[in-house]
Design a protein around this ligand. Structure first.
Ligand code: EPU
Length: 415
């Protein structure tokens, strides 16, 4: 099952149910460590990264039960505060247990994540921020040994609105003594979801959804039941598939307010978009026009959308300039698109994409979750068959990508 087989398609029509957000579910699972007892999360996607987070929680002595899209997490009084390398290596988001472990039990051993396909991905801002709250770190044999007798509120100014650093700091600050402010905090909808989740557990957080979060530490948090927000990146994948194939799609559960900049960009390219019936509807009646794309922290265009937009620009009319401002090395999939006949020149943080009428199906390789999904939707705009190997990367973030695309008329399967 490690390959996608994709046949070029002309039109997609129908409805696709958008699942829960990967990048929220993983952090809520980590945050559940903050309260002893039973936390229930609903709308959790059935994806490989969630399975890894389950493994990680279980390795710490937490009991986890999955029933469809619900996860029941029973956190015991005693936790083994270790995130081992064999799990961190498979999923960087494992680092998000650091803040909760420090806050709840004052120590943690977390393997240091390495670089990945986007290039170097440091965690210095996570560590510096937690140090300001009173944590100390030593590095030994590839692990970070973290200690904090007590965490004390502090003013933290992030150099860059890092999603992961904001989340780790927020999860640590909720149980710290006194007041913490996080300036230049990231504002992604998944952070708002985490802050809402923590607030329902009893945390005192002000400024949710803004770049200045103020947290008044409390003594303890209570476990709760909570529903994960829909996945805006999954929704973006299907909208860009529509941009490539034409037709009409209704994305059930998708929230327009979480992806305004993307919807504007697709409208600029010629897609008709409307909201309603509990979702977002897109309609494409003719070949789309190119546009320039530049990624920025939320509410800017997400770096995660970019591979799908590059796939869409590859078959749009005209040329578009693409600029990556978040991860310098996030252009590896371009070479794979070029194998499919795309006309793209990438250098440093920029790429120029000159649209061709149609791509040409070819064997290509997925290097990461979003790059893999982008190649699948690019295959829909190609003549003949595209075979995408290393499909397991895509399974990390998508529940049944092939099935959902096939249900609206595409020909996508797994070998
Ligand atoms: N950065 C630092 N130091 C840090 C932390 C980040 O220099 O301590 C830099 C990074 O190298 C990068 C930039 O800051 O250049 C932004 O990184 P950020 O911390 O915001 O990203 P992340 O938390 O590691 C999350 C998502 C990514 C998404 C980015 C940006 C999860 C599990 N991952 O990563 O999602 O691309 O935010 O929005 O939430 C994906 O879902 O496929 C994915 C990669």
């Amino acid at each position: 099952m490690n390959k996608f087989l994709v046949q070029g398609s002309r039109s997609l029509d129908g409805g696709i149910q958008i699942g829960g957000a990967k990048n929220s579910a993983l952090k809520l699972m980590a945050a559940s460590l903050l309260a002893e007892g039973l936390t229930s999360l609903s709308n959790v996607p059935d994806i490989a990264d969630v399975a890894i987070m389950v493994e990680l929680l279980e390795a710490m002595g937490v009991e986890v039960q999955r029933t469809g899209h619900r996860i029941d997490i029973s956190v015991p009084h005693e936790i083994e505060p270790v995130a081992p390398y064999h799990l961190v290596e498979r999923m960087r988001a494992s680092i998000s247990v650091l803040g909760p472990l420090l806050a709840r039990i004052g120590r943690a051993t977390v393997a240091m994540p390495g670089g990945d396909d986007f290039g170097s991905r440091p965690i210095d801002m996570h560590l510096q921020g937690l140090e300001q709250l009173g944590a100390t770190f030593t590095h030994q044999h590839g692990d970070i040994q973290a200690q904090a007798k007590v965490l004390k509120g502090a003013e933290v100014f992030l150099e860059f609105p890092s999603v992961g650093a904001t989340e780790n700091l927020l999860m640590a600050a909720v149980l710290a003594r006194g007041t913490t402010t996080i300036e230049n905090a990231a504002r992604e909808p998944e952070i708002t979801d985490l802050a809402n989740f923590l607030s329902q557990m009893g945390a005192l957080i002000d400024g949710i959804g803004t770049s200045r979060l103020r947290v008044d530490g409390v003594e303890r948090l209570e476990p709760i039941s909570y529903e994960v927000i829909p996945d805006r990146i999954e929704a973006a994948t299907y909208l860009c598939a529509l941009a490539i194939c034409g037709g009409e799609l209704h994305l059930e559960n998708a929230r327009a307010e979480h992806m305004e900049m993307l919807l504007r960009k697709l409208e600029e390219m010629g897609m008709h978009i409307s909201e309603g019936n509990g979702g977002v509807r897109g309609k494409v009646t003719e070949r789309l026009k190119s546009a320039d794309v530049s990624t920025l922290p939320y509410p800017g265009l997400a770096t995660d959308y970019k591979p799908f937009l590059v796939a869409a620009l590859s078959v749009a009319s005209g040329a578009g300039m693409v600029t990556e401002n978040i991860f310098a090395g996030r252009f590896r999939y371009v070479d794979e698109l070029v194998r499919m006949g795309a006309e793209i020149k990438a250098e440093g943080r920029h790429a120029v994409v000159r649209g061709v009428e149609r791509l040409s199906g070819a064997p290509v390789r997925a290097h990461d979750i979003r790059a893999g999904a982008a190649l699948v939707i690019a295959g829909l705009g190609a003549d003949g068959e595209t075979i995408i190997s290393d499909a397991h990367h895509v399974d990390r973030g998508y529940e049944d990508l092939a099935g959902k695309l096939s249900s609206v008329g595409a020909q996508v399967s797994r070998t």
